[in-house]
Design a protein around this ligand. Structure first.
Ligand code: 5GP
Ligand code: ZN
Length: 135
């Protein structure tokens, strides 16, 4: 299957992973609305939220909650947006279900525009700050 997120899951294309377990992976969005913007992605290929088995949804949303708490503390940031698009009419560009977690800051205007890291080094810095160390 020609799915970019399946390729990230199986490691055939690189990503800046910050968390992984048996069912879910989280990695930095390559074109972040804000630096530190990451995606939580169930490993099994399902296009839409409505197709995700209930048990996997429960697990995924608990990972979203845990990693959001981690983001607030470790980025740090003041708040965050949770975004989840379904269908091209809703601006879903990758048809593999995923949750966006977008850091937000007091006094900074909200933007919904894709940005970029200044360099691979800068992206690595954010990855290091947000990587979950279970130990
Ligand atoms: P959607 O619009 O489908 O909700 O969001 C897809 C997201 O995936 C976009 O924010 C886009 O920047 C991100 N994305 C697309 N291709 C890649 C990739 O190869 N690597 C990473 N890390 N993010 C990607
Ligand atoms: Zn996929």
């Amino acid at each position: 299957m020609n799915c970019i997120f399946c390729k990230i899951v199986d490691g055939s294309i690189p990503s800046s992973k910050i968390y992984e377990d048996d069912h879910v992976v989280a990695f930095l969005d390559i074109s972040p609305f804000e630096k530190g913007h990451f995606l939580v992605v169930p490993k099994c290929h399902v296009a839409l939220l409505t197709e995700l088995p209930a048990e996997l949804l429960t697990h995924t949303i608990s990972v979203v909650q845990r990693l959001s708490a981690h983001l607030l503390k470790c980025l740090p940031c003041d708040g965050f947006n949770l975004l989840q698009n379904n269908g091209s009419c809703a601006t879903q560009t990758v048809p593999h279900v995923h949750f966006h977690i977008i850091p937000r800051f007091n006094g900074k205007a909200l933007n919904w525009i894709s940005g970029a890291y200044a360099s691979g080094e800068e992206m690595k810095l954010f990855q290091a700050r947000l990587t979950v160390n279970e130990k």
